[in-house]
Structure formats: C-alpha cells, structure tokens
Design a protein around this ligand. Structure first.
Ligand SMILES: Nc1ncnc2c1ncn2[C@@H]1O[C@H](COP(=O)(O)OP(=O)(O)O)[C@@H](O)[C@H]1O
Ligand SMILES: [Mg+2]
Length: 235
C-alpha cells in the first residue's frame, strides 16, 4: 500500500491560512511576479498578515521585485520564512542559489510539494503564490495540494493570450478550482473580453523594481489595489 502523507501534511501547514491566492498566467513576461509581489506588499501594508511564496522554479523573480537580499528561512520544525517589509517571504530561489534549476517534470512538482509541506507559515490572512507559468504538472499539483486556493488569472491584452486563457479557465472549472477573476495586465486602458479588472501599463514600474516603498507608490500598485478590491480580495 502506498499512502502519500503529503496532502495531509500540507493541509495541516495551511490550516491557519485564511486565503491562498494563486497568481497564475499562461505565459512568461505578462506580469505574474510583479503582481504577486506587489499584491503581497499592498496586503501587508493594509495590515493583513501576509505571505508570499515564489514557486516559479524556472524564473523565480519575487526577490528581485522586492529587492530582498541575503534572506534565508530559519529551520524550526520545518522552515520558517524570513519576514521582509512585513511579508513572510519564501522562494525557490533560496534553494537554487539563483541558478536556473535543472529540474524537470516530476522533480519540479516534488520539490514544490516538499516546500509546501515543510514551510511554516503560521497564522496568515493571505498567502500569495507566484505560480509557475501554465497549467503543467507542477502548477496543477500546487492547486491539488493547496486545497481551497483561489486563482487570480493574469493575462495580457492580446488575442492569443485570451485564447489560451479561455481554455485554461475551462480546465480549472473542470477541476473545481475557484477562479477569483481575470486580471488584464499591461492594458492600454480598454478592457478586453473576459477581463474582470485591468492594470494599465506603467512606464514607471521598471524603475521601482527592487524598492518596495517606491513600488507601492507606482500607478501600477494603485491600479492593482483597485483591482484587488474589485475582485473581492480586499474590502
Ligand atoms: N503593468 C505593467 N507596466 C509596465 N511594466 C510591466 C507591467 N507588468 C509587468 N511589467 C514588466 O514586465 C516584465 C515581466 O513581468 P514579470 O512579473 O516578471 O512577468 P512573469 O512573472 O509573468 O514572467 C517585468 O520587467 C515587469 O516589470
Ligand atoms: Mg515570474
């Protein structure tokens, strides 16, 4: 008999986390990481107990968006994430020393599940997940193991992006994964079909990367705060 203990371990780990928001998208470069990290900063600033978990093995960048350097989790009956700018921050980059990790398929899934199983988040109002792109095994495993996670679907204003988006949303529906809404990022101001909220392209965003205080003052952050309220993440 082969009983996998990890689902129950992960459920136990996430028991005191009120909401898990999985920031997902079907491509790279559409703003998942800036969205996830900035959302975490916004939530922490509003006084919510917040965690950010960068699970993108191929392109971890939460630490770059936040400008978090020299952090490492503490070993304490598992791993305790360091706190940065009021956000409990965990990243696969802590375990990959900033190199592209040559993990494939099941290995990536296994590593992510292992990290979900050993991380001690404690009590949180929100845990924001910066998801690997797409709906590959690793991404689906996260949704399977982090029960109750709600998908925030980031998309870009292109026809192709919307086509993939629609198919992915259908898959989530089939799997019974709740979708909070579709966030169209880098919008030119108009809302495309299927988008529930928009965040405009902000030419000032690049300059603010790595500086949380500056990041929170960008038009990007202001748009995102409005979108978060609209999608029922914040009140
Ligand atoms: N609304 C926006 N306005 C301007 N630049 C943006 C916006 N959203 C994302 N970017 C930029 O696009 C690049 C890719 O974003 P990133 O969050 O790394 O995407 P992903 O995680 O989906 O690969 C980053 O350099 C980021 O600063
Ligand atoms: Mg990313």
């Amino acid at each position: 008999m082969n009983i996998d203990p990890r689902p129950s371990v992960i459920a136990e780990r996430l028991k005191r986390v009120k909401r898990v928001i999985a920031v997902t998208g079907w491509k790279g470069g559409i703003g998942k990481s800036v969205t996830a990290a900035t959302l975490a900063l916004l939530l922490a600033k509003k006084g919510y107990k917040t965690g950010l978990f960068d699970l993108d093995f191929a392109g971890a960048s939460g630490h770059l968006v936040l400008g978090a350097k020299g952090l490492f989790p503490k070993e304490e009956k598992g791993l305790e994430p360091p706190v940065y700018e009021g956000v409990k921050f965990m990243s696969v980059v802590f375990f990959s020393e900033n190199k592209a990790v040559p993990l494939r398929g099941a290995n990536v899934s296994d590593a992510i599940i292992e990290l979900l199983a050993i991380t001690q988040w404690g009590e949180l109002d929100f845990l924001v997940l910066d998801m690997p792109p797409g709906i590959n095994d690793a991404a689906l495993d996260v949704m399977r193991f982090a029960r109750g996670a709600e998908v925030l679907a980031v998309t870009a204003p292109s026809l192709l992006a919307h086509d993939v988006l629609e198919r992915s949303l259908e898959l989530y529906k089939k799997l019974g994964v709740p979708v909070l809404g579709v966030l169209e990022n880098m919008s030119a101001g108009t809302r495309a079909k299927g988008a529930d909220a928009v965040v405009r392209r902000d030419p000032g965003l690049e300059r603010a990367l790595g500086r949380p205080a500056a990041l929170l003052k960008t038009a990007f952050a202001a748009d995102l705060a409005r979108a978060a309220a609209k999608l029922g993440i914040t009140r």
